[in-house]
Ligand binder design. Structure first.
Ligand code: URA
Length: 430
């Protein structure tokens, strides 16, 4: 691609390749040029790799984020009658928390504009889960988002094409060039979308462990600190919780199976870890929005969060009373011995669920609504030899073999005497 007056992509790439800081003008030009097509994919791929290998200073990350925000529109919720708060998870296995959380926070008087994505790889996508509800639609116009936030208080929908288009293009490129795991690129990608979305307060759930991008607390802390600073600098009240993702959340991973588990939570039951994380994130969102006078546990108990859920699903064409789809085939895996389940690996479970058809390998793949995996014990629980430990669900029985391979070595049953539970909430940054 030809050089443009005053700038040359090869020179900018070379600066980062050689470990130099990019100037504000260089960053603005390269992000804008890539969005318009003046910087070619292969040039941006080299740039992304140089950033992945050599990193960026805080100033560069802030400028890169601002340039990605400036590539598109910004939403404005200032006309709403209540404050707004959003949550973003860096992605994990069995992470259905948005589903009970958005209506719960709305039931406490804070509007939740949750613009979400689809799953890629072994972590599930919130929209894929919700699309298992008959009739529910993910695509809303900006006007519909605003109207639903005012009338219902919560929206979970697809982020429109107008928000941070530079990130959309860059994320797709990073996905196929081995440049996803880079703290500057992840932080700017997530925060450009969240700042452009226009939320007043933001809580980041930064996952740590085998099933997450960040496998160590140190890396997760650095990502969290970077994102919190970007949010605060942009005027968004931002905090982060580092939470465990070495074990999958709850008892289900997949689409409809996770919706059902979320309904259990909204009905006042559900697995203890899902309830604990939902309440912890809700409290942070309410505090960020200035409503820490409300206890979200009361709104789960009195059914008002479930009422908002039903209104939220109806507003997007879904039937909250319809039966959820189930997979055509199931296969049970039994416990190999009696004792205590001492380990359940998030990555193994995520891969198994993905291979059963709950996730996609390429953006154009169609996911199965009924596919997924249910485990019948959590680490620390007693299990009996020969009793069901997992139930695998899929429409295509030929998928069972590869899913079973993913689970192999992904769990341990022992005598449990040395077992100590890992804390779910690891650290707060903000
Ligand atoms: N999620 C995003 O939106 N961007 C990343 O870079 C990683 C996770």
């Amino acid at each position: 691609m030809a050089a443009e007056p005053g700038h040359d992509a090869v020179e900018v790439i070379g600066a980062k390749r050689d470990g130099r800081e990019l100037s504000d003008a260089q960053i603005d030009w390269v992000v804008d040029g890539y969005t318009r097509g003046a910087v070619a994919d292969e040039q941006m791929a080299a740039m992304a790799m140089a950033i992945t290998l050599n990193g960026m200073s805080r100033r560069e990350i802030a400028r890169w984020t601002a340039a990605m925000i400036a590539s598109g529109e910004r939403m404005d919720f200032s006309s709403l009658s209540r404050p707004t708060a959003d949550k973003h998870s860096t992605g994990g296995v069995g992470d259905k928390i948005t589903l009970p959380l958005a209506p719960l926070v709305a039931a406490c008087g804070v509007a939740v504009p949750q613009l979400s994505g689809r799953g890629l790889g072994h972590t599930g996508g919130t929209l894929d889960k919700l699309e298992s509800i008959p009739g529910w639609r993910a695509a809303l116009s900006n006007e519909e988002v605003l109207a639903q936030l005012e009338s219902v208080g919560a929206v979970v929908c697809a982020a429109g094409d107008g928000l941070a288009p530079a990130d959309k293009k860059l994320y797709a490129l990073r996905d196929v060039t081995g440049t996803v795991p880079s703290i500057p690129l992840i932080a700017s990608s997530i925060m450009s979308k969240k700042i452009a979305e226009g939320t007043g307060a933001l809580v980041l759930d930064v996952k740590v462990g085998t099933g997450a991008f960040m496998t160590t607390v140190d890396e997760a802390r650095e990502l969290a600190t970077t994102m919190v600073a970007l949010g605060q600098d942009a005027g968004v009240t931002t905090v982060a919780l580092l939470t465990d993702m070495s074990t999958p959340l709850g008892l289900t991973a997949g689409n409809a199976v996770e919706v059902q588990e979320s309904l259990d939570v909204l009905a006042g039951g559900g697995p203890a870890d899902v309830v604990e994380l939902t309440l912890a994130l809700a409290r942070e969102m309410l505090a960020g929005a200035g409503r820490d006078d409300v206890d979200p546990a009361d709104r789960l108990a009195d059914g008002s969060a479930m009422d908002v859920w039903r209104a939220m699903i109806c507003a997007q064409g879904g039937d909250p009373s319809a039966a959820l789809p189930t997979a055509r085939e199931t296969q049970v895996v039994v416990a190999p011995a009696s004792g205590t389940l001492t380990r359940l690996d998030a990555l193994a479970v995520g891969l198994a669920s993905w291979r059963l058809g709950a996730g996609r390998a390429r953006k154009e793949d169609v996911v199965q609504a009924g596919a997924g995996i249910v485990w019948h014990a959590r680490p620390g629980d007693a299990v009996q030899e020969g009793e069901p430990l997992f139930t695998l669900h899929t429409d295509e029985p030929e998928r069972f073999g590869r899913a079973l391979e993913a689970l192999e070595g992904g769990y341990d049953v022992g005598d449990g005497s040395a077992y100590t539970p890992a804390p779910l909430l690891i650290e707060r940054v903000g």
